[in-house]
Ligand binder design. Structure first.
Ligand SMILES: [Zn+2]
Length: 264
């Protein structure tokens, strides 16, 4: 029952930082670790336009998937935030309140997810896994996803995968190498913007004795009463931690205590 780790790479587009992309893909391949790539089907987010659009983007993605080097999921539709909705996760877990989907009507969400799925299918990329931009989705998103054939989500604050609204959730909790006692941890990387130093930390993580698995392996996990209970405890701890880290009064008090200690 030792901990297992998954890596995912968000914001995969034809205009991403390709040097960084290959740096990480090669690192994962060397260590036999299969990351989950989140492709934005029709990116319109200027923040994800780092380089000139690469013409062989889809061919590259198909090849990486066919060679078993990566797994692929749908990361939203256009990656453009249309409101300040945090959805089911949101600020209480430290996520920004902004969404491409949450808060919109079921019909609108369905149309956007479908448009994205159609682009992937046109490019012969098939997936039933969903990655929400800014971790923001609501029950209408999940309903539309289910109706469109999606069955798994890479998100959620928990220690073990769980089922919610007919979808298999594989939780995503951290943004850098992490060691936990038990559970399935997904580490999320934004290779467009990661700091250089993270590469070496991830390399060390991959070289350790820890167990790395793919998203597909994790989604088959069967939850039990015990894992559901541990999920609740972890969820509570995580919420408290986010609140504690962001609460201005507590931050001020912490700073004051540090000052007093330094002076004494
Ligand atoms: Zn994103």
């Amino acid at each position: 029952m030792s901990a297992k780790y998954i890596y995912r790479m968000d914001d995969i587009t034809p205009t991403m930082n390709w040097k960084r992309f290959w740096q990480y893909i090669n690192l994962f391949e060397e260590h036999g670790v299969k990351p989950l790539l989140g492709i934005v089907p029709d990116n319109k987010d200027p923040k994800l336009m780092i380089e000139e659009s690469k013409q062989d983007f889809w061919e590259t993605m198909r090849r990486l998937q066919a060679d078993g080097i990566v797994e692929i999921c749908q990361h939203g539709y256009q990656h453009v935030y249309v409101n300040k909705e945090g959805g089911l996760l949101g600020p209480k877990y430290g996520f920004k309140a902004q969404s491409e989907f949450a808060g919109l009507s079921y019909e609108d969400q369905y149309k956007k997810i479908e448009a994205g799925k159609e682009i992937l299918q046109r490019e012969k990329i098939y997936t039933d896994v969903w990655m929400a931009p800014s971790h923001s989705f609501d029950n209408n998103t999940l309903k539309a996803l289910y109706e469109l054939g999606f069955r798994a989500v890479t998100d959620g604050i928990a220690l073990f995968p769980y089922n919610y609204k007919r979808m298999d959730f594989v939780p995503q909790q951290y943004w850098g190498p992490q060691n936990v006692f038990v559970g399935i941890v997904t580490i999320c990387l934004h290779t467009d913007t990661v700091e250089e130093a993270l590469y070496d930390k991830i390399k060390k993580h991959l070289e350790s004795d820890l167990k790395f698995i793919s998203f597909s392996e994790a989604r088959n996990f069967k939850s039990t009463h015990a894992t559901n209970l541990l999920n609740r405890i972890f969820n509570f701890y995580y919420m408290f931690r986010s609140w504690f880290n962001e609460n201005k009064t507590i931050l001020k008090t912490k700073r004051m205590i540090k000052k007093v200690i330094r002076k004494s």
